[in-house]
Design a protein around this ligand. Structure first.
Ligand code: ACM
Ligand code: ZN
Length: 725
């Protein structure tokens, strides 16, 4: 085989230079040049047109220099300039000993050039406290994104995120050249945008629990909690994002996911008036606007008029996902519509609904974007933007139907999914970390070049049902941990992932970008250490330079790992790595995770009747859902055939990791003889443990102290029982 040595050397040089600069997303072309530019306190920032003034001011904040001028001097400058001849968001960055020039055809290109420059500075630049002078290596960068849409969807409806935290998040997206914030502002659990002609939507629908008509469903229960954005806060956020090259696209999720709206305005539902007591018993499928009530379109016209005026974006996302057709089929007016038109498929009502909303949006100069179910009726206007989310198959259908598509199949792009098997997060679509997101490849999934040309771009997403039970509105730590560095992979895919591979990306990530993200203030996730038990000692390693810490199972105190940990019971130790603000999930030897499944009988005060709910008691082996919600004093009793010797027993009511269909408050009672019960731990988010029991356990009772959990049932899972090591 003939080997082209020159090509290989050239490839190695490219790799070295790109890893040395470690830019994320990787520029299309980056050429190192001899020399360096020194940023000094006297360096000036120059801009050549008024449109770029906000960008010049933005740079001042980061670069620790003092002066902004209209025309660049002969040297000692950093200039941003607009010129013709560039594609959208393309830019040229030239660093010479005299100065730095960023030239682009539009604001977005200039902004992206500035982000590349910031990544060439010491990571302290992101703290806005960089000490000068700073040397930057000379180079020439020619760069442009492959995809126009590089987005992130933030759900602030399930878990309230303050204006300040939304802005912080916008900063982080902008550092990665993400240019769209898809802002999920309404859902079953909250309405977050102030509508002046309908203040009740936020004043009541912005809060749930306590005295709110919107019942709680996840996380908090007895407390009224939530929040909303005033119109002036929204304008402030939109402008903040604009300066950072991010277009904010609001989503008002219609006609389904409208439980919060319907809690305030029940007349929007099919078949109202109805038995309200039934609805207050829990979320049912009545979260859908009736498609044939004229008054609904009048109401939505008033609401959308204000939404359209608030957001300059061309598109307004109007939802269209997970619409329960059962309400429409049962509604005399909606079913009469289907009959009149000779339709047998109730999806036609969704076509009709979207068409009516499209007409409203057109009046205000806007176009609709929808989730992929929006195409199911077959009548969706071809100019609609469609977000493919459910899975690859649905994304393919959207492309094949000819829609301009945002690619975000959940198995790669839903960052509320947990990142490894035993971590927090959802798992209904997949369990994956940054490496999997990064691995997304159209060719691997058999998409043609023509199909790819129809893709507008990618979008990462964070649904926040679980966030509330992880600190939620008190802290954004969970959001950060779940989304970074997976957002970095979206940035790289959206930019074009040109010629790079995982090793190259990962080297850039931990080589420099970890430091940057720490300086940005992000609590990102590290890859877990590898732990092996060799010759009677636990050996832990990382491949990203992060320090390793470990603790014993019954201690909260981590100690720094410096050498293999000699031990007879490897399952007793947990390891994690830490770097800057970041940490990895905990990991342990496989012994730690072993569980036993002793026989037991489960009974419940909720009963086992056909009507009242709790079925399959006798043959209970897995998760069971009751057919009614909990009452104060309700219980589940696990009685073991033989006393169980163990080091821990964990009980989970509700879906694992989601505070939903649970006993919101309650406690455990433990019995060592099957007769006498002692009160044990209180439930937190529906879960509690018996740790280091005093003797083998004969029975455990879980008692609810909450009357109604805002859903129609309770889920009880099999206990997780860890044997004595
Ligand atoms: C969705 O996840 N329901 C769009
Ligand atoms: Zn109806």
């Amino acid at each position: 085989m003939k080997i082209n040595l020159k090509l290989i050397l050239c490839g190695v040089a490219m790799l070295l230079s790109s890893v040395a600069f470690a830019i994320i997303p990787q520029p299309q072309s980056l050429k190192s040049v001899e020399g360096e530019f020194v940023v000094k306190p006297s360096t000036v920032i120059a801009f050549n047109c008024d449109e770029l003034r906000p960008l010049a001011v933005y740079m001042l904040d980061y670069l620790a220099v003092k002066r902004v001028v209209k025309q660049a001097p002969a040297d000692n400058f950093i200039s941003v300039e607009l010129q013709s001849g560039f594609d959208a968001e393309a830019y040229r960055l030239t660093i010479s000993e005299k100065g730095v020039r960023i030239v682009a055809g539009d604001y977005g290109g200039a902004f992206c050039g500035v982000q590349t420059l910031l990544q060439m500075m010491p990571s302290r630049v992101y703290t806005k406290q960089m000490k000068l002078p700073v040397k930057v290596a000379c180079c020439e960068v020619e760069d442009a994104p492959q995809f126009a849409y590089r987005g992130f969807m933030l759900d602030v409806a399930r878990t309230w995120v303050t204006t300040e935290n939304v802005k912080r998040y916008i900063d982080w997206l902008a550092y990665h050249k993400i240019n769209r914030l898809h802002w999920h502002l309404s859902d079953d659990q909250g309405w977050r945008v102030e509508i002046k002609s309908h203040r009740e939507l936020t004043e009541q629908g912005g809060f749930r629990g306590g005295s709110s008509p919107v019942p709680p469903m996840y996380g908090k229960w007895h407390e009224r909690y939530g929040g909303y954005y005033s119109q002036s806060e929204i304008r402030e956020i939109v402008e903040y994002a604009r300066v950072r090259n991010i277009e904010v696209i609001p989503e008002i999720d219609l006609p389904g996911h409208s439980w919060a709206f319907a809690s305030v305005h029940p007349e929007i539902l099919c078949g109202y008036p109805y038995d309200k007591a039934h609805v207050s018993g829990g979320l049912d499928t009545r979260n859908v606007f009736c498609a044939t009530k004229e008054s609904n379109y009048e109401l939505l016209n008033e609401v959308l008029a204000e939404v359209c005026a608030l957001f300059p974006s061309e598109y307004i996302h109007i939802g269209g996902d997970e619409v329960s057709l059962s309400q429409w089929k049962r509604c005399p007016d909606c079913s009469a519509y289907l009959k009149r038109h000779g339709y047998t498929d109730a999806h036609k009502l969704e076509d009709y609904f979207i068409e009516r909303i499209d007409q409203i949006l057109k009046k205000y100069g806007k176009r609709p974007a929808v989730w992929n179910e929006g195409i199911n009726g077959g009548g969706l206007d071809k100019s609609t933007r469609v977000h493919g989310w459910s899975n690859m198959k649905e994304c393919r259908k959207v492309l094949e139907a000819g829609y301009s598509t945002i690619f975000m199949p959940a198995e790669y792009f839903y960052f509320d999914m947990r990142q490894s098997r035993r971590e927090v997060g959802s798992n209904w679509s997949n369990i994956f970390d940054v490496k999997h997101t990064y691995s997304f490849d159209f060719a691997k999934h058999g998409f043609s070049a023509e199909q790819v040309a129809q893709v507008e771009g990618f979008e990462g997403a964070f649904w926040s049902e679980i966030a509330l039970s992880q600190g939620g509105d008190r802290s954004t730590d969970y959001l950060e941990y779940m989304t970074f560095p997976r957002v970095c992979a979206v940035a790289e895919l959206g930019w074009g992932k040109h010629g790079s591979d995982w090793e190259n990306f990962y080297a850039r990530l931990h080589g420099n970008h970890y430091d940057r993200m720490s300086a940005m203030g992000i609590n990102y996730r590290l890859m877990p250490p590898t732990v092996k038990y060799v010759d009677g000692a636990l050996v832990a390693t990382t491949d990203d330079g992060a320090a390793i810490y470990y603790r014993q199972e019954d201690s909260d105190r981590f100690v720094r790992y410096s050498r293999p940990v000699k031990c007879a019971k490897p399952g007793e130790y947990l390891f994690r790595s830490e770097y800057g603000n970041a940490h990895s999930p905990q990991t342990a030897h496989s012994d730690h995770y072993k569980s036993i499944k002793p026989a037991f009988v489960l009974t419940s005060s909720i009963g086992s009747g056909r009507e009242d709910g709790y079925k399959r008691v006798e043959e209970y082996r897995g998760r069971v859902t009751t057919a009614r919600t909990c009452h104060d004093g309700d219980w589940f009793l696990f009685e073991f055939a033989e006393p169980v010797e163990c080091r821990q027993m964990e009980f989970v009511t509700g879906y694992t990791h989601i505070a939903h269909r649970l006993f919101p408050t309650g406690y455990l009672e433990v019995s060592y003889d099957g007769e006498k019960f002692e009160q044990g731990a209180s439930l937190v988010d529906g879960c509690a443990k018996v740790v280091k029991p005093l003797a083998p356990i004969k029975a455990v009772r879980i008692v609810s102290t909450t009357h109604r959990n805002s859903t129609t049932g309770v889920v009880i899972n099999p206990p997780i029982i860890k044997p004595v090591l």
